[in-house]
Design a protein around this ligand. Sequence first.
Ligand code: ADP
Ligand code: MG
Length: 688
Amino acid sequence: MPVPKPKAVKKVVSPEAKLAKLGLRTDMDLVLHLPMRYEDETQVVSIQEACLHGGESSQVEGLVVKNEITFKPRRQLLVHIADETGDLQLRFMNFYGSQVKQLAEGTRVRARGELKHGFFGAEMVHPTYKVVNEGAPLPTSLTPVYPSGEGLSQPILRRAINDAMKRIDWTDTLPAELRAEMSLSDFEPSVKLLHYPPQQVDEHALADRSHPAWVRMKFDELLAQQLSLKRAQRARRSKGAAALKSVGALSQAFQAALPFQLTGAQQRVLDEIRADLRHPYPMQRLLQGDVGSGKTVVSALAAAQAIDSGFQAALMAPTEILADQHFRKIAAWMEPLGVKVAWLTGSLKKKDKLAAYALIESGEAQLVIGTHALIQEGVQFAKLGLVIVDEQHRFGVGQRLTLRNKGNVDAVPHQLMMSATPIPRTLAMTYYADLEVSVIDELPPGRSPIVTRAIDQNRRDEVIERVYAAAQEGRQVYWVCPLIEESEALQLQTATDTHAMLADSLPGLVVGLVHGRMKTAEKQEVMDAFTAGQVHVLVATTVIEVGVDVPNASLMVIEHAERFGLSQLHQLRGRVGRGSAASVCLLLYQGPLGGVARQRLMTMRETTDGFEIARRDLEIRGPGEFLGARQSGQAMLRFADLETDGWLVDQARDVAQDLLHASTPDKAATVEAHLARWLGGKEEFLKV
Ligand code: ADP
Ligand code: MG
């Protein structure tokens, strides 16, 4: 009998290593690895009965009467089983030699699967099955199916989890009064029920996680998160920071020299920041404001306060283009006032980099602006008082932590983070509970609203005419190339082709090109020319997505807009509408549009309000994706769902507050036990 040979020699990986890959290292990890669904193996029906319910999943038991491998239409194993009431074929398209032996004639098997009436009678295709002895007892509870990984079978996982359940300490971490008061189920029975639900359990409640056992898990998880965040907040407040007390000569001269007045909203958030900076413990503040609301100048004024107080400030931006723009703008504001501003990015020549390091380390550089290069090893600040992170959602948690640790003083620097991506309330409460939030809810005056239109790709010629007319009127245009996620090379090619095509169709106009693969100096040259008005049309990839600020640009064309996400479209569109000219954004799309893409383009047409767009984005995508993997604190919420469990978030927050406030030894013990159980060693991530 031909038996398939394994194609490649498999590396032997221990079950422990496979479990670790799923994040299951300790017994408690295993015990809290809960099933994603269940199979009902508690009942066996006769083959006849199963045949009556064709199309449904059922479990039958019978003896193997025939076992053959056929080759038509393809190689497959057919096993016929029979009981007193009838017979049935089990069909396996993929199988091992060992299975052929295991299912020899005369063997008794229990098979579970969907019964179909095929050409050759009743059959189950790829059933799950088990070889049993006659009279073997049926399980009395549902069989758990766990989230698993490669090479980790359900039986192995089940055994590991069962063993762990025998070893752990089941003591409830929540005191009985609290459980009673909150009507929470006890920990041990809840966990056990979720692993092995009794036959008569409400399966819907299990599936939608509204079952009291699930509620207990979710509450515990959220409570651990709140406790940990609140403790981090306390720890932060107990740390010393330099009190940046002086809003002095520089701050005043700078604000007076600005070519505009701060908006009311800018002044309000500036006051909030100024008050924070005076505290002797580190500020941790998120400055939110829609694209174009004027966050940069507020952060520069915060930097001025640090400098006035005799400390250094650092501003980190996620891209070179953006960092460069900040550097020029802020240096132009501050250098005339006698401030030494240093510039640091990865693309600097070694010599220049070392010179920058020296300026930073000696303290001669009062303000340092740059990219990720700021968190490289060689960088050491003399007296870092304030760290500013622009477009903070672009950075990982670890990166922000590194920058904060760059100070050479005993005190932790103050931290100001900026983002145009508003964070809905429940998210803010769970992921950013240790952040103060300031919001700029007003745009500078004189901006005219952006008109957005969606246009079918096949009307490209009309769009090109429009671009031509706009350029004739002295307006500048961005032409954004399609996003091609699968291939950077292809994306580059498209950008180059688009540039050639437009240069060809727009005689007499200067068409520039900027993309991520260009050398920094080249990129800068193009951006400079565009800023100076020497380039009429700038063909660009998404490198211009964040922050880029050229107020005279008032027309934007986005090709294949259907491929971009909502927040990306909003960021891109935010590049226009920065001056007083009425701006237009044309979203070229290729039909037919899918439901989600249509929704996105409609949203873009209907509103320019970043908060509203974020709200709809969250609706379309759900919080996990919304935050991005890097922001989600390593998927710290496994069980709770922020959309449906908002009420539990509120309760967990209140309980956490109570446990930490007016702490008695009892309460302190509860906190420790609960955090140990739920977070183990994972707390570090929350402290950023
Ligand atoms: P964002 O919040 O998106 O980072 P920017 O800080 O880049 O916005 O500001 C957008 C533009 O608005 C810049 O050209 C900036 O100089 C200008 N600006 C900022 N504040 C004001 C204001 N109060 N009045 C007029 N223009 C302003
Ligand atoms: Mg900005």
